[in-house]
Design a protein around this ligand. Sequence first.
Ligand SMILES: Cc1cc2nc3c(=O)[nH]c(=O)nc-3n(C[C@H](O)[C@H](O)[C@H](O)COP(=O)(O)OP(=O)(O)OC[C@H]3O[C@@H](n4cnc5c(N)ncnc54)[C@H](O)[C@@H]3O)c2cc1C
Length: 388
Amino acid sequence: MPEVVDVLIVGGGPAGLVTGLALLTAEPHLKGRVVLLEKAHYPREKPCAGAIGGRGLRILERLDAVPAVPSVPITTMSFRASLGEVASQVGDIGRVVRRIEFDHALAEIARARGLRIVEGAKVDAVQVAGGRALITAGGASYDAKIVVGADGVGSAVRKAMGLGAGTMRAQVLELDTEMVAAERTRSALHFDATDRGLTGYYWDFPTIVDGRELMCRGIYHLRLADDDVDLAARLGTYLGTLGLDISSYKQKRYAERGLDFTEGLSLGPLMLTGEAAGIDPITGEGIAQAIEYGALAGEFVRKVLHRREELERWTRTVHRSRLGVDLRVRRRLVRSFFGAQRASMERLLLDPVSLRCGGRHFGALRHDPAEVARSMVRIGVTWLGSFA
Ligand SMILES: Cc1cc2nc3c(=O)[nH]c(=O)nc-3n(C[C@H](O)[C@H](O)[C@H](O)COP(=O)(O)OP(=O)(O)OC[C@H]3O[C@@H](n4cnc5c(N)ncnc54)[C@H](O)[C@@H]3O)c2cc1C
């Protein structure tokens, strides 16, 4: 007989764990009654550069759930394009973690708050009947009133909803190397958009692996057309400019999904959150977004349980939230960033004021209204230019 549960969360990354944490913080009496199924066993690897912006960290602080793991504090954004290079010192905007440690520690916090986490439970079937969902995973089955699909880019819940991979898919490849002599600071997130053949960029982020100060480097390519690029060859060339040989490092290949605003994010008792729904297509930033999704989903599910909300309104709730507005702006800017307006966009980011505004947004720091106004006007003019 399937176990009957009110809320079943699929996936124990930041989106799923924060959904559980937010729900249990608001409704502590649900302790032990909210179940999260995770296919892997913690500590588990997740290919990711691990840069978490302040927007995500502030939510974890509010939930009193900031994992105490080794991290590199970030104060600076740095950007290089064909037209030049700039670095902006912004302030305390985030930190870089290793996901193998961060997600494990977050799962332990959630477990201590009463989230029932079942590890080694890969969801392999999702059926919907009579307004409820029947889920099978790891040899067990569950009959759930609400299923939150937080199972990332290859989401089984998303597939059960009849959704495809999405229109905003990116290919990503990353590896960890030592620092090179030219890198004098360990507090900057560096983005390199010099390769115009790429609808994306290279990155160099400081990281800490088993106490060693390394750099996580990688390549992000948004597949706007059906154009696979040779990520390893391109990243190899980029690393070559730094005097590094790609064949000396373990490569991790993965995919990412940006939010597509034409898709519905719920169907019957099923709803999607985090990267199963979609994150930022321009940069592939998704940890803070997954945390934001989780906080929103936890509150939404609470209202559904109290019959103050209908599950079918989840898509609208996401689109109208601060997260949704942020992702919509980023989605609209994809064409400008990677299309005919690319040079103008690069010039915009090479302006230290605009880069600082971007850094403040990443870090959830207070903005200078005059700087924001100046950047918005420049972005608006560039965006309108993409229709010319
Ligand atoms: C190479 C790379 C670098 C990145 N760097 C950054 C960065 O520096 N900063 C940033 O903000 N974002 C970054 N991202 C994006 C970020 O990693 C993701 O957007 C983020 O992890 C999404 O969180 P999530 O909780 O939605 O999904 P995930 O973190 O993917 O978690 C999903 C969970 O679901 C589990 N799962 C999957 N299928 C099933 C199943 N069938 N049954 C049960 N469990 C299942 C998985 O094991 C996993 O634990 C990067 C992504 C990549 C690929």
